[in-house]
Design a protein around this ligand. Structure first.
Ligand SMILES: Cc1ncc(C[n+]2csc(CCOP(=O)(O)OP(=O)(O)O)c2C)c(N)n1
Ligand code: SF4
Ligand SMILES: [Mg+2]
Length: 290
C-alpha cells in the first residue's frame, strides 16, 4: 500500500535556524486549520529546501532556483491547495533571482519563505548574495530582499522574521497563510535563519534586530514610510524585522491570478499531457521540425 504524508528524520545540524521555521510553519498551518492534504510545500535546493521532507504533507523537491515556477504551477493546477514555496538565500536570490522578482508582479496567492543564513549551507559555507563584505572573501555589498520586495508596487504581503523568535514568526506565517487562503495574492516572508555550522549569526542578530512594529505609529500599509524607516534602521546598524507591507484592502486590478483564471483558464493546466491522447499532434509537430 502506498504510504502518504510520511516525514523522514531531519538531516539538519542540531541548532540550525531552519528548525524554527519548521516548527512555526506547523503551528501556523494548524492555527489556520489548513487540512493536511490541502497543504503542499515546494522545496528549493539547499539545506533549507529539504523542509518538506520533515513535514507530514505532500511536497515537491524543485529544481535549484525554480521553486517559485513550480509552486505557481501547483497552485494553477489545483487552486484549492495552500501552496508554500520554501528555500534558501542562494536558491532564491542567486540562481532563482529572475523568478523572485516576477513572483511579486504576478501576485499568485502562494507563500514564499526564504531561510536566509547569508551563506550556501549545503555546499559548505560559500558566500551567497546576502553575505556581508568580508565573509569568505566576499567583496560585494549584500543583496536586500525586503528593499527589493518593497520596490515592486504590487499588493503583496511582505515580512521578515527571525528564527530566534519563533513566537512572532508563527504569528506572521499565520497572517501570510490567511492572506493566501483569502486569495489576496503573493506572500513573502524572509526568515533570518542562522547556519550554526558555517555562519553562526544567532548572537549577533539577536543583538541587532529591531522589530519595526514596536515603534510608535508604525504603519505597514504605508509603503514609502516603511521603505524610509527600513533604510534608516539599516544605516543605524540595526536589522529591521516585522511585517513590512500589509495591503490595506483586497486588491483591485489585477486580482489574484487564480481567482481571475477560474474556471476558464485553469483548464489548460489540467489538460491531458499523456503520449497516447496527444500522439497525432506530436507527430504533426515532429514533421514541422523535420
Ligand atoms: C544547478 C545547480 N547549481 C548549483 C548547485 C549546487 N548547490 C546546491 S545547494 C546550493 C546553494 C544552497 O544555498 P541556499 O539556497 O542558501 O541554501 P542553504 O543550504 O543555505 O539552506 C548550490 C549552489 C546545484 N545543486 N544545482
Ligand atoms: S549546514 Fe548550516 S544551514 Fe545546513 S543544516 Fe547545518 S546549520 Fe543548517
Ligand atoms: Mg543559505
Amino acid at each position: 500500500m502506498v504510504k502518504s504524508f510520511q516525514p523522514v528524520q531531519s538531516t539538519w545540524c542540531p541548532g540550525c535556524g531552519d528548525f524554527g521555521v519548521l516548527a512555526a510553519l506547523k503551528r501556523a498551518a494548524a492555527a489556520q486549520k489548513v487540512p493536511q492534504h490541502e497543504l503542499t510545500v515546494v522545496g528549493g535546493i539547499g539545506c533549507s529546501g529539504g523542509i518538506h521532507n520533515f513535514l507530514e504533507l505532500n511536497g515537491v523537491h524543485a529544481l535549484h532556483g525554480r521553486l517559485l515556477a513550480q509552486a505557481v504551477g501547483v497552485k494553477l493546477a489545483n487552486p484549492q491547495l495552500t501552496v508554500v514555496a520554501a528555500g534558501g538565500d542562494g536558491d532564491g536570490y542567486a540562481i532563482g533571482m529572475g523568478h523572485f522578482i516576477h513572483a511579486f508582479k504576478k501576485n499568485v496567492s502562494i507563500l514564499y519563505v526564504v531561510m536566509n543564513n547569508e551563506t550556501y549551507g549545503l555546499t559548505k559555507g560559500q558566500a551567497s548574495p546576502t553575505s556581508v563584505v568580508g565573509f569568505e572573501g566576499n567583496v560585494e555589498p549584500p543583496f536586500d530582499a525586503i528593499l527589493t520586495a518593497l520596490s515592486i508596487r504590487a499588493d503583496n504581503f511582505i515580512a521578515r522574521t527571525f528564527s530566534g523568535d519563533p513566537k512572532t514568526m508563527t504569528k506572521i506565517l499565520e497572517e501570510a497563510l490567511a492572506f493566501n487562503r483569502a486569495g489576496r495574492g503573493f506572500a513573502f516572508v524572509e526568515d533570518l535563519s542562522p547556519c550554526v555550522t558555517y555562519n553562526d549569526t544567532f548572537k549577533l542578530w539577536r543583538e541587532k534586530i529591531l522589530d519595526l512594529s514596536t515603534l510608535p505609529g508604525y504603519d505597514p500599509t504605508d509603503r514609502a514610510a516603511v521603505f524610509r524607516l527600513y533604510t534608516e534602521t539599516l544605516e543605524s546598524g540595526r536589522i529591521p524585522v516585522g511585517v513590512m507591507h500589509r495591503p490595506a484592502e483586497a486588491p483591485s486590478a489585477p486580482a489574484s491570478l487564480e481567482l481571475k483564471l477560474l474556471p476558464d483558464r485553469v483548464g489548460p493546466a489540467k489538460a491531458a499531457i499523456g503520449l497516447e491522447e496527444n500522439l497525432p499532434e506530436y507527430q504533426k509537430l515532429l514533421k514541422t521540425i523535420g
